[in-house]
Write a protein that binds this ligand. Structure first.
Ligand SMILES: CC1=C(/C=C/C(C)=C/C=C/C(C)=C/C=O)C(C)(C)CCC1
Ligand SMILES: [Fe+2]
Length: 547
C-alpha cells in the first residue's frame, strides 16, 4: 500500500467546494486550520525524515452546511531559499544541509564556525497557535510564522529570542481562561546555565501600551526550572497545565549540546544529537503557579518518552496528569522516510506502543509519612506515589489505554476534571487507522474506522451552550489509500461517535499533524470572515475518483 509519504503534495490555492453527504449541524460555522509536512523533495535533493517536510497549511471552511477547502505551502525563509536554489539548503530535524558546496576551504571553515550556534529553520510544520487575534504556524525551534488564516498567506517571521531567551520551544502551548498563551522553551548554556523557561504571551495588551504592537512584545517569563545537566537538557514536545500548577517531565530523552555544536562540521543531523538514556529516571517537576516555583519534593518515575500530555487536574490534594508514554524513542526512528516506503508495514513496527498513563502526585508535603507508604489515597485511580527517603517520591502510573496517539480533549476541560480522550488509535505501526473516544470513567471506548482510511488527529468542537463534556462534534481529515476514494473531512457526533456528515474533496491532501478550529464567532467585527460572494466563486469538487 503506497500513500506516498515522501511524495510532494500539490497546493490548492483557490478554494474548492466539497461534496457533502449527510448533514452538517447548522451551528457549526468556522474554520478548521491545520498544519503538517507536504514537500519532501526539492529538485534532486530529498529529506530523510517525515518531520523535515516543508509546511503545508490547509483549511476547511464550514459555512451554512457547505465545506470549502484550500491549501498553501508556508512561504517560510526556508521554503523560499530551497525553492530558489532548487535544492535543500536549510537543515531540518533529520536532514543536515550545506548551502554553499562550492566555497573554498577558508570560507567553508568560516561557515562551519558560524554554525556552532546554529540558526534553526523557520519551516513551521507542526501546529497552529492563536496569540491574541493573530495566528502563527509553529515548530520546535526559536521561530514561529504569522499567517493569515483566511488566505493561508505567510506573514512575519517571529524570533522568540527577541522576547524571551529560548533556543527551542514547544509547538503545543496552553491557553488559560483569559486566552493568554503559556508555552515552554529551553535556554541553552545562557550565562553558564541551561534552564527550561515557561513564558506567557498575553491575549490582550492594555490600550495605552498597544500602539499597534503584537502581544508577543509583552511576553513575560513566568518561571524557570534549572536543567539537571548543563549540556544535555531533556527534549519535550508538550507539558501539562492546571489552574494552579504546571507539569514538566524532564525525561531521559535528551539533546546532546556538544554533539549539536559539532553536528554541522561532522555532517550529521540534529536528530542524531537526541538520545534516549534507558538507565536514567524521568523527573516530574510541578510548578506552583501561585509562587512560580517548582515544588521541592523530588518526584520521579521510570524512564519513558512522552510527546503528548493529554490533560491534568487537581483532586483532593493530589494532582493527576495523563500522558501518552512510550518505553523508548522508536517513534522518531519510524518516521524516517526510508522506513515509510512501499512496504512500510514490515519496516515500521514500533518497539513500544503508545500508552495512556495516569500519574498522581501528592500536593502537600508528607514529611511524617513512612518510607514506603503510598501517598495517594484517591479511590479514582490506582496510580501510586511511594514515599522514599531524602524527600524523594517514586510515582507509579495507572495504565488507562494501550495504543493511541494525537490525543485531544474538550478544551473547556483543560486543567479540569474530565472524562473523555479523543485520539487516533495506533498499535504497533505509527499510522492511525481508527479514531477513538476513550471514557476514563467507565474504561470503555467507541471507535470509527473505514477501509483504506487514515484519519488525522480528531478535534473536538463543542455545541454552543453545551452542558455535557462530549456534547459536540469531532472533525478529522481523512486520507485514503484507495485511489478511487477522495479524501474527506469527517464530522462525527462526539457522543455516539456516529457519522453526521462527510465532505469529500478531490485534491491531493496530505497527512497532517496538528491544528485548531476557529469558530466564526471568534472573529471580531474588524476582521470579518470573507463574504459569501468569495465562497460563491469557489469551484465545485464533485468528489470524482483520483487518478
Ligand atoms: C529542527 C530542530 C528540531 C526540530 C524538531 C522537530 C521538527 C520535531 C517534530 C516533532 C514531532 C512532529 C513530534 C510528534 O509527536 C529540534 C530537535 C527541536 C532542535 C534542533 C533543530
Ligand atoms: Fe504534537
Amino acid at each position: 500500500m503506497d500513500v506516498g509519504f515522501g511524495r510532494n503534495k500539490k497546493e490548492q490555492l483557490e478554494p474548492v467546494r466539497a461534496r457533502v453527504t449527510g448533514k452538517i449541524p447548522t451551528w457549526l460555522q468556522g474554520m478548521l486550520l491545520r498544519n503538517g509536512p507536504g514537500m519532501h523533495t526539492v529538485g534532486e535533493t530529498r529529506y530523510n525524515h517525515w518531520f523535515d517536510g516543508l509546511a503545508l497549511l490547509h483549511s476547511f471552511t464550514i459555512r451554512d452546511g457547505e465545506v470549502y477547502y484550500r491549501s498553501k505551502y508556508l512561504r517560510s525563509d526556508t521554503y523560499n531559499a530551497n525553492v530558489e536554489a532548487n535544492r535543500i539548503v536549510v537543515s531540518e530535524f533529520g536532514t543536515m544541509a550545506y548551502p554553499d558546496p562550492c566555497k573554498n576551504i577558508f570560507s567553508k571553515a568560516f561557515s562551519y564556525l558560524s554554525h556552532t550556534i546554529p540558526d534553526f529553520t523557520d519551516n513551521c510544520l507542526i501546529n497552529i497557535m492563536k496569540c491574541g487575534e493573530d495566528f502563527y504556524a509553529t515548530t520546535e525551534t526559536n521561530y514561529i510564522r504569522k499567517i493569515n488564516p483566511q488566505t493561508l498567506e505567510t506573514l512575519e517571521k517571529v524570533d522568540y529570542r527577541k522576547y524571551v531567551a529560548v533556543n527551542v520551544a514547544t509547538s503545543h502551548p496552553h491557553y488559560d481562561a483569559a486566552g493568554n498563551v503559556l508555552n515552554m522553551g529551553t535556554s541553552i548554556v545562557d550565562k553558564g546555565k541551561t534552564k527550561y523557561v515557561i513564558f506567557k504571551i498575553p491575549a490582550t495588551v492594555p490600550e495605552d501600551r498597544k500602539k499597534g504592537k503584537s502581544p508577543l512584545k509583552h511576553t513575560e517569563v513566568f518561571c524557570s526550572i534549572p536543567s539537571r545537566s548543563l549540556l544535555s537538557p531533556s527534549y519535550y514536545h508538550s507539558f501539562g497545565f492546571t489552574e494552579n500548577y504546571i507539569i514538566f517531565l524532564e525525561q531521559p530523552f535528551k539533546l546532546d549540546i556538544l554533539k549539536m555544536a559539532t553536528a554541522y562540521i561532522r555532517g550529521v543531523t540534529w536528530a542524531s544529537c537526541l538520545a534516549f538514556h534507558r538507565e536514567d529516571k524521568t523527573y516530574i517537576h510541578i510548578v506552583d503557579q501561585r509562587t512560580r516555583k517548582p515544588m521541592p519534593t523530588k518526584f520521579y518515575t521510570d524512564p519513558m518518552v512522552v510527546f503528548h500530555h493529554v490533560n491534568a487536574y487537581e483532586e483532593d490534594g493530589c494532582l493527576l496528569f495523563d500522558v501518552v508514554a512510550y518505553e523508548d524513542s522508536s517513534l522518531y526512528q519510524l518516521f524516517y522516510l526510508a522506513n515509510l516506503n512501499q512496504d512500510f508495514e514490515e519496516h515500521s513496527r514500533l518497539t513500544s506502543v503508545p500508552v495512556l498513563r495516569r500519574f498522581a502526585v501528592p500536593l502537600h508535603a508528607a514529611q511524617d509519612a513512612e518510607v514506603g507508604s503510598n501517598l495517594i489515597k484517591l479511590t479514582s485511580t490506582t496510580a501510586r506515589a511511594l514515599k522514599e527517603k531524602d524527600n524523594q517520591v517514586y510515582c507509579q502510573p495507572e495504565l488507562l489505554y494501550e495504543g493511541l496517539e494525537l490525543p485531544r480533549i474538550n478544551y473547556a476541560h483543560n486543567g479540569k476534571r474530565y472524562r473523555y480522550v479523543f485520539a487516533a488509535e495506533v498499535q504497533w505501526s505509527p499510522i492511525p487507522t481508527k479514531i477513538l473516544k476513550y471514557d476514563i470513567l467507565t474504561k470503555s471506548s467507541l471507535k470509527w474506522e473505514e477501509e483504506h482510511c487514515w484519519p488525522a488527529e480528531p478535534l473536538f468542537v463543542p455545541t454552543p451552550g453545551a452542558e455535557d463534556e462530549d456534547d459536540g462534534i469531532i472533525l478529522s481529515a481523512i486520507v485514503s489509500t484507495d485511489p478511487q476514494k477522495p479524501p474527506f473531512l469527517l464530522i462525527l457526533d462526539a457522543k455516539s461517535f456516529t457519522e453526521l456528515a462527510r465532505a469529500s474533496i478531490d485534491v491531493d491532501m496530505h497527512l497532517d499533524l496538528h491544528g485548531l478550529f476557529i469558530p466564526d464567532a471568534d472573529w471580531d467585527a474588524r476582521k470579518q470572515t470573507p463574504s459569501q460572494e468569495a465562497w460563491d466563486r469557489a469551484s465545485d469538487c464533485h468528489g470524482a475518483p483520483q487518478t
